[in-house]
Design a protein around this ligand. Structure first.
Ligand code: HMG
Ligand code: MG
Length: 298
């Protein structure tokens, strides 16, 4: 993979579905992930081993993870909030997990009644166990460009959380604009600051498209050197803490932009579009992907 290769981390089956009101049966989720596997994606986040009381949509995590066809060379990380989730993930032989924290003091306090530092303390035992088991760990830092409670999030807090995750052994740290409020110059400045402490090759960007800024933000971060981009097929997802928040940036739109710029992803765009159109049918809602809308217009 040269510098013109971008790895897409497809998060639709996890971030995309976690807030969906329409409960999908496990076999539909399995079909979704199998279809995504056939598009050439290298990384497909499969589900979350979080509390089913908090995220009922993903209560079937074990059944889904067991049911998917794991293609060689494709990784299928799962989100894990604590040791209990880690054990559930290992029972089905997950090989890569993701832990998460927020860069915003107010967000951490309101959501888990903990400071940033306490939130990090909570996932340290998970990372330690994973490293002992040879399980790869990805780290998510959320609210990197704004918080529904405190508004501005100091870049120094983003840098601190990202650096800590990397030091603790996360092979990759994904920087998330959870509520989709960021704009390109801010995104670029944030990434540049983090990249002074964490190697750019270990960073990913994760944009939600609430304010329609996601592709512009991704482009700014690509210019800064990032080569891993999180996105969700059909642009599914949304944040329960932000009124009117829309989903993750659509994978189809990211792949279309990258290929149009002469960059490679290894993803077959036509198969991805077909998968997104199929998923929006399953969810009984119009796709948020502009590319899929354009290509499937009648
Ligand atoms: P809690 O209720 O405070 O936990 O939740 P608890 O330890 O007091 O346990 C309460 C009950 O939950 C117990 O069951 C536990 O066994 C059970 P009970 O005794 O009442 O029957 N429980 C679990 N069950 C299954 N799996 C588990 C688990 N843990 C506890 N792992 C907890 C604390 C962290 C578990 C909960 O708040 C939780 O699961 N939160 C996750 C919510 C979530 O998934 N949020 C979204 C993910 S982050 C994100 O989307 C942002 C990102 O996309 C990046 C971006 O966009 O910026 C990554
Ligand atoms: Mg997200």
């Amino acid at each position: 993979a040269g510098t013109d290769h971008v790895r897409i981390v497809e998060v639709g089956a996890r971030d995309g579905l976690q807030n969906e009101k329409t409960l999908l049966p496990a076999e539909v989720k399995i079909a979704l992930i199998d279809r995504l596997s056939s598009t050439g994606l290298q990384t497909i986040e499969a589900t979350s081993f979080v509390s089913p009381k908090w995220v009922p949509q993903l209560a079937d995590a074990a059944e889904v993870f067991r049911g998917i066809r794991k293609l060689p060379g494709v990784s299928y990380p799962v989100l894990v909030p604590n040791l209990q989730g880690y054990q559930r993930a290992r029972e089905v032989d997950a090989r890569e997990i993701a832990v998460f924290s927020a860069a915003s003091e107010a967000f951490n306090r309101k959501n888990i009644n903990a400071s940033i530092d306490e939130s990090i303390e909570r996932f340290i035992p998970v990372i330690e166990q994973a490293r002992a088991d040879g399980v790869q760990v990805r780290g998510y830092v959320s609210t990197v460009l704004g918080c529904p409670y405190q508004g501005e999030v100091p870049v120094s807090d983003v840098v601190r959380v990202a650096r800590r995750m990397y030091e603790l052994g996360c092979h990759e740290v994904s920087l998330g604009d959870t509520i989709g409020v960021g704009t390109p110059a801010k995104a670029r400045a944030m990434l540049r600051a983090v990249a002074q402490e964490v190697p750019m090759a270990a960073l990913a960007v994760h944009f939600h498209d609430t304010y329609g800024q996601a592709l512009a933000n991704i482009l700014a971060c690509l210019e800064e050197g990032v080569r891993v981009v999180d996105s969700a097929v059909s642009g599914t997802g949304g944040c329960p803490y932000a009124k009117g928040a829309t989903g993750n940036v659509a994978s189809e739109d990211v792949v279309y932009m990258l290929h149009g710029m002469g960059m490679s992803t290894g993803v077959n765009l036509d198969l991805l579009i077909a998968t997104g159109a199929w998923l929006s049918g399953q969810l009984h809602k119009e796709t948020a992907s502009r590319v899929t809308r354009a290509r499937t217009a009648t």
